[in-house]
Design a protein around this ligand. Sequence first.
Ligand code: UT7
Length: 323
Amino acid sequence: MTIRAVVRGVGHYLPERVVENAEFEATLDTTDDWIRSRSGIERRHFAAEGETTSDLAAHAARTALSDAGLTAGDLDALIVATSTPDLTFPSVATMVQDKIGMGTGFAFDVQAVCAGFIYALANAQALIASGQAQRVMVIGAETFSRILDMTDRGTCVLFGDGAGALVLEAAEGAGTPADRGILATDLHSDGRHRDILYVDGGVSTGCSGVVKMQGREVFRHAVEKLAETAHSALAKAGLTEDDVDWIVPHQANLRIIKATAQRMGLPMERVILTVQDHGNTSAASIPLALSVGQHEGRIRQGDLVVTEAIGGGLAWGSVVLRW
Ligand code: UT7
């Protein structure tokens, strides 16, 4: 018998304000056509004034709980993947714990930038497999609009705000790839590349800073590494690309997503795409896409899902799960 971390509920939240590409044309030397053709992004959501990452996360968490038919008191642990916490501390996770009325258990944040949700899923899976928790809420939530330099056309047109959440629950499996739940994880980081994508603020600087990115360099690493980590995770699960029903990639750039699918030998019909409507929401992008995929009736129970992401650090990885 193998203890698996199985998805019991999913939900997401997007701030009300939608920012179309055309809005940037008024203040920047850019065009809707450039943004669409280079990134696939058409619009994104920006949080309202005063709306924080923990607010977005709490909305997504409530929706996921309702989808699971559970209440906050049923959770043992809550993990938030984010790089845009409301404050340096306490964690966004403890703020969400309070907002959703989870009076027991424990909560903590994971910071692995755009790969954050992959890292958080791996942590949740380990907590469940080791018997330390039965039910874990895993949230990816970001307000990247707060750390954008709105005069830097190379970054500010790419990112958006949002949150997505999964409730994972311990279930007995047979220990085969036919089990539901997380089947394998594959995590990597390489701090030698920390300067190609970073925020120039933080505790050592006295300000929260803005995103700095060498886009072309990050692009190169992404195309090289994402199909590779997905392949490793599939191999660990005893599966191959032929077994995949859905790729749910980090939604940074349509060209990266297409190149990765091509390297995996899978058609774009097997890819859940939200980048056109959400932009790059960093750690929130995968749970947002999972939630949209399920709510559109595309991802169904029993489907084999591969998620993969790369971001600042560099940190990257993949999770294979049967929905
Ligand atoms: O989620 C974390 C991981 N992040 C990513 O995966 C992002 C990875 N990188 C990318 O998605 C792409 O590199 C970008 C979308 C950021 C840029 O696309 P690119 O095809 O790599 O363009 P580029 O950076 O090579 O820039 C091409 C040109 C440059 O002009 P010159 O030097 O050729 O004259 C840029 O200055 O496009 C210019 N440019 C723009 N033009 C109009 C850069 N941003 C813009 C813009 N509008 N917004």
